[in-house]
Design a protein around this ligand. Structure first.
Ligand code: NAP
Length: 255
């Protein structure tokens, strides 16, 4: 019988876990980083262009008196994903968990989407997620404790949004790819997805956001902490859940 992290009989905690989060400088990524760090995790923070914000998050997520490691990469290029994971390996520490959080979002009528618009979204939202999963799994498979991967998808991967067909396709791809990779990487590595609904930040008062909240059965918007709590459970449970997508949307997918 295989002995792995997925055999644990005692629920784990985040304390001491090494967790790489992509797009960790702002918003949901930042909320997860600070939440995990407050629970004793050692977070590794990827960012794209937001260096200043990332430095602030790194300071807030200090571990043993040192700012959290900062790793820059443009995830639209696979060569940059490879460079990111070379940097992760160079830290010389285990990698227990990965959150693929970084993504792009554009609103373009389907009639007008160009090849460049399509590639802009898919390079980051789907291609980079695949190669980040692959590179993380190559590290995790050699660890006695295995690993856990969470891919942040979207309600748009479950429900069709007319002005975001290209984005919906990328996120539906993440959800189904999560299922395939869960089989490919079993039994030592679990791969799951969280599909957020309306999680507003600076756009909190925009009419489309207020309309989305009004339609949400839970009667409120989601927060970064809602996403972080779900990821925490996926990282600390006994490992019998893999290939699944949790709609973190206050029931909006039911409407
Ligand atoms: N907020 C919501 O309501 C909502 C709803 C459904 C799904 N989601 C999903 O939840 C996740 C987080 O959402 P969010 O609203 O917090 O995201 P966001 O602010 O739109 O993007 C998160 C980060 O992605 C990084 N990123 C984008 N393109 C990149 C690239 N080419 N290379 C490297 N990094 C890149 C950016 O990093 P830099 O700033 O450092 O460049 C950005 O800060 C995303 O996967 C999103 O699709 C969010």
């Amino acid at each position: 019988m295989t002995t792995s992290s997925t055999d644990n009989t005692v629920p784990q905690s985040l304390t001491g876990k090494r967790i790489l989060i992509t797009g960790a400088a702002k918003r949901i990524g930042k909320a997860m980083a600070t939440y995990f760090a407050a629970r004793g995790a050692r977070v590794l923070l990827h960012y794209g262009g937001s260096r200043q914000e990332a430095e602030q998050v790194a300071a807030a997520c200090a571990w043993e008196g040192q700012p959290a490691p900062l790793l820059q990469a443009d995830l639209s290029q696979v060569s940059e994903v490879m460079r990111l994971f070379a940097a992760v390996r160079a830290l010389g520490e285990p990698l227990d968990c990965l959150v693929n959080n970084a993504a792009r979002f554009t609103r373009i009528p389907a009639w007008e989407v160009t090849e460049a618009d399509w590639d802009h979204i898919h390079s980051v939202n789907l291609k980079a997620v695949f190669f980040c999963c692959q590179q993380a799994a190559l590290i995790m498979r050699d660890q006695a404790t295995g690993g856990r991967i969470v891919n942040i998808s979207s309600l748009g991967g479950l429900r069709p949004w007319a002005e975001h067909a290209h984005y919906c396709a990328s996120k539906a791809g993440v959800i189904h790819m999560t299922r395939a990779l869960a089989k490919a990487f079993a039994p030592n590595i679990t791969v799951n997805s969280i599909a957020p609904g309306v999680i507003p930040f600076e756009e909190r008062e925009e009419p489309r956001i207020l309309a989305g909240i009004q339609m949400t059965p839970a009667g409120r918007a989601g927060s970064g902490q809602d996403i972080a709590e779900a990821a925490e459970w996926l990282f600390t449970n006994r490992g019998f859940v893999t290939g699944q997508t949790i709609a973190l949307d206050g029931g909006l997918n039911l409407v």
